[in-house]
Ligand binder design. Sequence first.
Ligand code: MN
Length: 373
Amino acid sequence: MAQWNRRAVIAGALAAPVVSSVARASGEVRIPVIATEEAFATPELMAALDAGPPGMTDAEKAYTSLLRGGTGAAASELTRKLCSIDARLEDMDANGVDMHLLSVTIPGPQAFLPEEGARIARQLNDGLTAIIQAHPTRFAGLAAIAPQNPAAAVREVERAKQLGLNGVIVNSHSFGEYLDEPKFRPILAALEAQDMPLYLHPRSPSQAMVGPYVNFGLSGALWGYGADTSLHLLRMIFAGVFDEFPRLKVVLGHMGEGIPYYFTRVDNRYRNLMARGGEKLGLKPLRQGPSEYFRTNIFITTSGTFSHDVLRYCVDILGAGRILFAIDYPYERSDEAMRFIRTANLSQADAERIAYRNAQELFGIKNRAFPGL
Ligand code: MN
């Protein structure tokens, strides 16, 4: 086991020439960093979200408005960071982050009626492509889609591939509906056919679920986000989505939204229910145990979960090949995330996988950011 911070030097692209020579002289290896759950927005999107679109619950409106403030003069520092490329690059350079894989902030196009949602997704993806073309060594990106408009979402997945985007983000439910619903199968088929990984990102629970989460801010990142997103992924597993689309790849943030901690219980209770006629509850035979889809179809990231103990546990049960570094900028602090990954007790090979190699392979990000490699 090599200490990351003794054996390796991580540096941002800005500092690369200096650090590379230092690294060469001392025999250290420079490990680049790709952060894979990094939120962005446009002022137009923020204004449309502030207008109270129909796909948001009152709890979600209250929570996001507390976090992000209003638009214009009332806009918070967070909103400014979401919308500013200059502020983002400054933060990346100051903290040694080579690349952000950008994705639209919650709830994105999923807050809007089907036609408007599809239009907003197209606009966001055109804007995202322009950002990446202006800074090809610093940014890659996940396309936004509006699943509530399945036909348009399929077209947008195909168009995003043509634009060179690296995958797709879905901010959990769309008007309370999860991706296991049959109406969304064409979207999953398009993701698989285009080899576009799906980042299943949290948002506040749906109207049907949010009731007891309203108090104490529990509907947000404190607990509700993970509760809704873990439910979403489990619904997809138990609906047999990964048997139907065996090459579909799904990424969960926040170290798997708690699910890895429950592997034993989920597998055990699934077997128990199936032995007692679980079909009566809608369960079906799966090709493999529920948790095994985390070895074949599912990846997790470190966003917002900067704990060495949790990372150790996830490396032990999943392997470093399934784990990607993420910050969750600007909702989380880059310095905290970088201190966490720099001081993690990982082998050189595992550190490289988690810091950037897995992201390069999964999202088709070439070595363009790292001329020294
Ligand atoms: Mn996030």
